[in-house]
Design a protein around this ligand. Sequence first.
Ligand code: FAD
Length: 483
Amino acid sequence: MGTTVFERRIPQPSVIEHALGGTSHSTFWIDDLPEALKPSRPKLGGTVVADLVVVGGGYTGLWTALLAKERNPDAHIVLVEAKRVGWAASGRNGGFCEASLTHGDENGKARWPKEMDVLHRLGMENLDAIEASEAKFGMDFHFERTGQLAPAVEEHQVEWLRDWADEAASNGEAEDIVFLDEAAVQASVNSPTYLAGVWEKRTNGMLHPARLAAELARVVEERGVEIFEHSPVRRLETPGSTGAVSVVTDGGRVDAKHAVLATNVFPSLLKRNRLMTVPVYDYVLMTEPLSAEQLASIGWNDRQGIGDMANQFHYYRLSKDNRILFGGYDAIYNYGRKVRESYENRPESWQRLGSHFFTTFPQLEGLRFSHQWAGAIDTSTQFTAFFGTARDHRVAYAAGFTGLGVGSTRFAAETMLDLLERRENERTTLEMVRKRPLPFPPEPAAAIGINATRWSLDRADHNRGKRNVLLKTLDALGLGFDS
Ligand SMILES: Cc1cc2nc3c(=O)[nH]c(=O)nc-3n(C[C@H](O)[C@H](O)[C@H](O)COP(=O)(O)OP(=O)(O)OC[C@H]3O[C@@H](n4cnc5c(N)ncnc54)[C@H](O)[C@@H]3O)c2cc1C
């Protein structure tokens, strides 16, 4: 087996020790919110009557509330959140807001080849709408339409990038998907690990994750949506013929005509969805702000989001105040598919990320990491969200964005509202929306399958591995992953 660049160019241990010396274990994005954007909100108590009740205060739930108000400004909408708005994945992600609704073209082409043109267009429209929503609703979530840079860090990846750019050129996308050779990519972002790159200029925007959630909450409250926090919903009730649905917490209930479940990777309130997602833990570092000199040593004037080409990839980006967020690579599945705070503490993952960071940018030696955190990736067997309705169309759900939900949760919100209204349109007639993927198998098969896949991905990265090996491996495992 070969070695990867991160094993060949290891920084001095003292550099990493210094950088991680005073790092605080908390999510930078949430710490960075101004007080005005984190008002305290009441717990649900007594009985509240509404037209629509939304369970979950991440992007999926918040976009649902906002778009439902857009469709029907007089509707009474209530959102019930177990902890605080945006505390989970929506407040702690990388902030890559991608157009893709299918977790990348390759996954989409493998599963819904006939729908890819429509999915591609709907994804771009969705991203354009998110970009436009800052001005439309008076929000500020630091959106920058920078696109995304995919650097090759191993020789065999250069060829993939060439194929990608050639295919884009033959589809008339040469202006938006640009191949950069070694000199050009290093002139753009100066890392000695880069051998080539593809810059997709339009398909991605960068944003401040916690601000997006907090601003959505502010805007929906201004429009009359009631938000209750610290109110975990324990169950759904859909009594026989009344045509209503109730969500019940320890201290209260909401009786509504419709409910949207936006609970993502957390245990579903519907039994049928309990095995549909698993949490896979992802780890993140944030540096202190770079000085002008440090920034100049990298360049990065176009401020693209960056994701390298390995199966176990790193993602990194600049914040508005010129810190670098650096995450990914390790993806840890814990036996038993639980979401637990204790899984968020994994010093070896931050050590590894720190090492890979200084391999990528050795000129930044001396820089420190101010924050470290982790979060659960909302993994489904088709690597992108699934949709559906339950209880005689009174309830709609979408979950399982598999680490690519910053953009596609807005699309999911539109789709769930369509489904509740029984609309037949471009979204609801998609196979991706109509057909549910298979669930994960129960333990121990889930742990064996997921960990074997991770092992194969790592092996592939050490052995000129192809990116789509992920899909092949899951299918070959025969654990029913192939939908
Ligand atoms: C570390 C990390 C990095 C990521 N990076 C990116 C990225 O760069 N780009 C990208 O596109 N995606 C990324 N993702 C994925 C993205 O963050 C998610 O797909 C997206 O935030 C999902 O939003 P959501 O609203 O569906 O879920 P969440 O944000 O998880 O919200 C679900 C909410 O439901 C609430 N809830 C659950 N059960 C109940 C209940 N019974 N009662 C009441 N409330 C309940 C929870 O408390 C939670 O607030 C990343 C994820 C992580 C963890």
